[in-house]
Ligand binder design. Structure first.
Ligand code: DLL
Length: 432
């Protein structure tokens, strides 16, 4: 099912033609209206008129999170303030938050992208969409909301939290589509079971889960527990919010909405553009944004791109499920590892609960990793020796698959905080 077949299945030649036309326009817009970009273009010795093909994108300067901070709050906007109809903001862990603004046109674009995403997960105008992403400055809540309304589905704007009520409403209102972070979906499943309810008590069909990295094994876990199809949705405030890319029913990569964004993957160390298929940092350029166009934004998200045709018929490039953020990579004696890779192994061993946290500290120049994993009530009351054996088994599996040595600590049931939004998987003691 498509929302906009004509665009979602457009031939790649036509798509690239459209991208070039829109890129040129965006470059003019930022060069003329945003002092930061004029300076950055000049420093790179390039003018908008120099862009002749999509390959010329590689000559344009990157934009970083720091550029947003340096231009806080509105310095990167390309339209007068009275054209802004909405602000969102992402809460940075350090320093000033990132502020993003939208014109009426941007909100319409965003709703279109979210409609595509929701339809990809099977949403129709008859669906009930329970939107458990946070409403507010976070883009998740309102992003999904506008897309669902555009389709004509019924939205339950419940936001995150109050999980028992969440489950009750899901049952009583006959929710078909659940939207929230994957970690919250797992918690909802846990609370359902505690309330003595099973998938048969609900009308759930599919979930659109994102806003944080999650492994293929976590997808399987959620699909089994909730008996639904779980699809991945990606996005970020700086670019628009959720809806930049979304999986189709094939579940083999997220189609990136290339009529609105151009994607590149670069080597994060050198900034060099990598060919499709190679893993690196995703870089995104908006080509239709009005209020806050962004040139070559360094997302810090690690993925690969593929332009191979997809069985679903969509032609837009697919990005592999994001492995993690470059900032979250743990550099251990044996190699580098992302939290999702650890998650994947834990779920594969399968003898613990799917709740974990990584504690990273530093000895000399290397990170030391401790993995806290919950065990079930039954297991916890077992003999200490059996628990030690399990710790050993997990540690060996982590070492053989990921090549790193980590200390495993099995912890009491329900002792790892549950997440109602983005889960905090890593406790970083390196800076302390
Ligand atoms: O998380 C937007 C969003 C809302 C996406 C709801 C999907 C669903 P920010 O708060 O600005 O925006 O955070 C963006 O979250 O750079 C990634 O590191 C991470 N992220 C978002 N979606 C995914 C995903 C929203 N599907 C940052 N897989 C991004 C992995 C994701 N990481």
């Amino acid at each position: 099912m498509y929302w906009n077949r004509q665009v979602e299945c457009m031939s790649r030649d036509r798509l690239q033609e459209l991208q070039l036309k829109r890129l040129k326009k965006t470059a003019e817009l930022v060069y003329n209206n945003v002092p930061h970009y004029r300076r950055a273009f000049q420093a790179a010795g390039i003018e908008p008129g120099d862009i002749r093909s999509l390959d010329d994108l590689a000559h344009l300067p990157f934009t970083t999170k720091q550029d947003f901070r340096d231009n806080y709050p509105f310095g990167l906007f390309a339209v007068p303030k009275n054209e802004i109809v909405r602000y969102h903001s992402s809460s940075g862990t350090t320093g000033k938050p990132t502020v993003v603004g939208y014109t009426g046109g941007d909100i319409a674009t965003w709703a279109e992208l979210m409609a595509r995403a929701l339809v990809s997960a099977g949403t129709t105008r008859n669906s009930v969409v329970q939107n458990a992403y946070g409403y507010g400055l976070f883009t998740g809540g309102l992003g999904v909301h506008y897309g669902a309304e555009l389709i004509g589905a019924a939205v339950i704007p419940i936001s995150g939290g109050n999980t028992q009520r969440q489950v009750m409403i899901m049952k009583d209102f006959g929710t078909n589509i659940l939207t929230c972070t994957p970690s919250y979906a797992l918690y909802i499943a846990e609370v359902m079971a505690e309330m003595g309810l099973g998938p048969e008590d609900f009308k759930l069909q599919a979930g659109l889960f994102g806003a944080e990295p999650w492994s293929e094994n976590l997808r399987q876990e959620i699909e089994e527990r909730l008996q639904i199809t779980a699809l991945d949705i990606y996005g970020l405030s700086e670019i628009i919010g959720p809806g930049v890319a979304v999986e189709c029913e094939e579940k083999c990569g997220l189609h990136l909405n290339e009529d609105h964004f151009i994607a590149e993957v670069i080597d994060p160390a050198t900034g060099k553009v990598l060919p499709y298929g190679e893993k690196g940092e995703l870089v995104l350029t908006t080509i239709t944004k009005e209020a806050l166009p962004v040139i070559r934004y360094r997302t810090r998200d690690v993925t690969t791109l593929s332009a191979e045709p997809c069985l679903c018929g969509r032609t837009h490039v697919r990005m592999e499920k994001v492995t993690g953020r470059t900032d979250d990579m743990i550099i251990e004696r044996g190699g580098n590892v992302f939290p999702t890779q650890v998650e994947s192994v834990l779920l594969e061993v399968g003898e613990t609960e799917p709740h974990y946290q990584l504690v990273v500290s530093r000895e000399g120049s290397l990170d030391v990793l401790e993995i806290l994993v919950e065990v079930s009530e039954r297991m916890f009351s077992d003999k200490v020796r059996r628990l030690e054996e399990l710790e050993h088994r997990i540690s060996e599996r982590i070492e053989s698959i990921l090549g790193i040595s980590a200390k495993i600590r099995l912890v009491e049931p329900k002792s790892i905080p549950r997440s109602e939004g983005k889960a905090k998987r890593v406790i970083d003691k390196r800076q302390i």
